[in-house]
Design a protein. Structure first.
Length: 67
């Protein structure tokens, strides 16, 4: 349950006046509203783009470029 003294924003360092918090809130809400509704769909890969070390063979030849 929300009370009147509870705030959505928290100041980590320094002191912020209620007007400054209101300005920050207005900027964040404006940026959130400016996001395009039809953002491009990003297709995720099923496998990682990098190789997992535990799946590589234990021995590599001394002349290997993967050394």
């Amino acid at each position: 349950m929300s009370t009147a003294t509870e705030s959505v924003l928290r100041v980590e360092k320094g002191l912020a006046d209620p007007e400054e918090l209101a300005a920050i809130t207005a900027v964040l809400l404006a940026r959130a509203a400016a996001q395009p509704a039809d953002a491009p769909v990003r297709h995720r890969r099923d496998t990682a783009g990098w190789r997992r070390l535990e799946r590589t063979p234990g021995f590599r030849a001394p002349h290997s470029w993967q050394g």
